[in-house]
Design a protein around this ligand. Structure first.
Ligand SMILES: Cc1ncc(COP(=O)(O)O)c(C=O)c1O
Length: 392
């Protein structure tokens, strides 16, 4: 069975997904790369031990299981290398630490995942890094300073769904000598090839579509040649590595990730169009809809849309929204997304946005659409809307 990436590079995406990161002939013919648990790695000679010479040297530096996942992701993301983190948030934090130092200025999109902001405003501030937030619909042109070292983008924002012009951000950042990081969890490398579009460090919360079953936490960070040495050194210095079972589950999830993404896209578009026609809905925030800020950029740069989008309802009191959501049978209420099951969460970005104003004119709901029959999901929401109207 083919094992080298040069042979796979001529194959289609799905074929590469099925074959990357596993060599059955090296694992007694078994199809999947096994779980290697371990801290200590034994060396044959004292010379090898003192030179730290070996493909594997210590558990935090990698095992055959983690290496298989790293190699596969590097190939799929079109990167120079990939580091793994125990969660998506850890992936963001370590990626940021790999490119900023005390005295640096960091630009972060105002639409960033809120815990990312907390890390910048808390930990990075304590270490002397100044974070400034930018409006993703405006960009960074007027904000670059001589000490701007990095720009953290996220497209679309995972609540409000603004799509931003990543190639334009990258051109400006690179001209100023800064690195571009992107939280690419929504699109994944399949719907947005980050490094082809100018991103130096791409972050994927593997917790979402890579895992796909709401049963693991993982972060993937891929980098191009320029960013790779510092990224790798920072991860190794911190020793924050994921457990082998989670890497095994991620490798397993990877085989069906693209198929699940395509199905999520179809399901979510069906639900989003249905919601757009509801009288209770003021607007749909989905990058494939012209009503979504940056829709034209999405059409130009993205290859698809995943299963997460938001809607803004017409004004309704909190108790009416609670009546709607509390009685839902198929939509769970809980954070995260990318699993097989549908979810809904109410949200309000207004308390923490600083470069933009969040004032959508009604209660906002974020939907993660899973693989249930959409007729059943619509019936569940239809009954929910009846409760909303009755309690309004
Ligand atoms: C856009 C985005 N990035 C990163 C993360 C963090 O991932 P994790 O939950 O694995 O820490 C999340 C989690 O919801 C997210 O939505």
């Amino acid at each position: 069975m083919a094992s080298d990436s040069s042979e796979r590079s001529g194959w289609g995406e799905q074929t590469r997904l099925v074959t990357a990161g596993r060599v059955p002939s090296e694992q007694f013919g078994f199809v999947n790369t096994p779980i290697y648990r371990g801290s200590t790695v034994l060396f044959e000679t004292m010379d090898q031990l003192s030179a730290y010479d070996g493909r594997f040297t210590y558990g935090t530096h990698g095992t055959p299981t983690t290496e298989a996942l790293q190699k596969a992701w590097t190939e799929l993301a079109g990167a120079a290398g990939t580091m793994l983190a125990p969660s998506g948030l850890a992936a963001v934090s370590v990626a940021l630490m790999s490119c900023v130092s005390a005295g640096d200025h960091l630009l972060v999109t105002d639409s960033a995942y809120r815990p990312t902001r907390n890390f910048c405003n808390g930990v990075l501030a304590r270490y002397g890094v100044e974070t400034e937030y930018y409006d993703p619909t405006v960009g960074i042109a007027d904000l670059i300073r001589p000490n701007t070292r990095a720009v953290l983008t996220e497209a679309p924002g995972s609540q409000s769904f603004e799509v931003q012009d990543i190639p334009a951000v990258a051109a400006l950042a690179h001209a100023a000598g800064a690195l571009v990081l992107m939280d690419n969890t929504w699109a994944t490398p399949f719907f947005f090839p980050p490094h082809e579009r100018g991103v130096d460090i791409a972050i994927e919360a593997g917790t979402k579509y890579l895992g796909g079953h709401s049963d693991l936490l993982l972060g993937m960070v891929s980098a191009n040649e320029r960013a790779w040495p510092s990224l790798k050194a920072t991860f190794l210095a911190l020793g924050a590595c994921p457990g082998p079972e989670d890497c095994f589950l991620a490798l397993r999830g990877m085989r069906t990730m693209l198929m699940r993404l395509k199905e999520a896209e179809k399901q979510a578009l069906d639900m989003a169009h249905w919601l757009a026609d509801r009288p209770e809905v003021k607007t749909v925030l989905h990058p494939a809809f012209p009503s979504c800020p940056g829709h034209e950029i999405w059409k130009r740069d993205f290859k698809g849309s995943s299963g997460l989008f938001s809607v803004v309802l017409n004004p309704a009191p909190r108790k009416a929204v609670a009546a709607m959501l509390d009685g839902l049978k198929l939509f769970g209420m809980g954070y995260s997304w990318g699993g097989f099951e549908s979810l809904v969460v109410p949200f309000d970005c207004s308390p923490y946005r600083s470069a933009t104003k969040w004032n959508p004119g009604g209660p906002a709901l974020r939907f993660q659409i899973g693989f249930e029959d959409t007729a059943d999901l619509k019936a569940d929401l239809d009954a929910g809307f009846a409760r909303l109207r009755a309690a309004s």
